[in-house]
Structures are given as structure tokens and as C-alpha cells.
Design a protein. Structure first.
Length: 149
């Protein structure tokens, strides 16, 4: 593979066949679940931001809709079954690290009991004035939006 300038950006190009490789952005989904003026958060097991708290979230898998992915991620990380109500926010990260686009959905709980699992060390509901140390700008933004409502 060689690096060439294509469409004003450096791209990898196969020297044998000429195929130009485009890096696809990763898409992540997150859940905003509010009950009794408290927001559901999970504590991260892995870096980045290990030990800090964020919305239940994860990457979209191939063949999955964003709504299916957010239901799966919430269930995997918290044990809860949720209904997806609406798209709440879209965040773009141009750093090149992690997800390039994150879709945050407003969800409501259908069943289950909060139990941290998968890549969550802990999970629980927090009041908007009593937040733990938050991991990501998107989670901070969501808490600020909710605090203003």
C-alpha cells in the first residue's frame, strides 16, 4: 500500500490493483434514560476514560439499525429492556479516535433491574445536580440539556 493524494486527502492505494482505501467513520449509539429526574449512567471498565461515567452506549454492528443497537447496548450494560422514543442528539468527533458520529436516543424503561454487565463496572441513576465524574462531552452536554428542562 502506498499513500497518495486523492480528492485533496491522503489515502492508501493498492499498488497492484489501484484500489483506493477510504476509512469509514465509526458510528456509536447512546441511550438517555431519565426516571424521576435522574439519568441512567454506566461506569466505564475500559479506556478511554476508564472509571468515569457515561450514557449506556456502544458501536453499531453491521446489519443493525441504530434503534436495535441502542436497545442492545442498554440491555448488555444495564440489564434493562427499553423502548426507543426519539433521536435526541447527534455528536461528531473529528479527533479520529473512537466513534466519528454518536447518535443519542431518548429511551424509556420497559422491564428489568439495573445490573452492571458487559463493559460497565457499575450502573445507576444520578440526579442532575449530583453527577459523578463524566467521561465524554456528549454525556456532559446531555446532562446540561436535562438540567435546563
Amino acid at each position: 500500500m502506498a499513500t497518495v493524494l486523492f480528492q485533496n486527502k491522503p489515502r492508501r492505494k493498492c499498488e497492484a490493483c489501484g484500489f483506493i482505501h477510504f476509512v469509514e467513520p465509526k458510528i456509536a449509539v447512546g441511550a438517555m434514560l431519565v426516571e424521576a429526574d435522574r439519568l441512567l449512567l454506566v461506569q466505564r471498565v475500559y479506556n478511554p476514560e476508564k472509571g468515569k461515567w457515561c450514557l449506556p452506549a456502544g458501536y453499531l454492528d453491521a446489519g443493525e439499525t441504530p434503534e436495535q443497537a441502542v436497545k442492545r447496548e442498554v440491555h448488555e450494560e444495564t440489564g434493562l429492556t427499553v423502548n426507543v422514543d426519539a433521536l435526541e442528539a447527534v455528536y461528531a468527533d473529528t479527533s479520529g479516535v473512537g466513534a466519528a458520529v454518536t447518535l443519542i436516543y431518548r429511551v424509556t424503561q420497559l422491564s428489568g433491574k439495573v445490573i452492571a454487565a458487559d463493559d460497565a463496572a457499575d450502573a445507576g441513576f444520578f440526579g442532575f445536580d449530583d453527577m459523578p465524574e463524566l467521561a465524554f462531552d456528549s454525556t456532559r452536554d446531555i446532562t446540561l440539556r436535562l438540567k435546563k428542562v
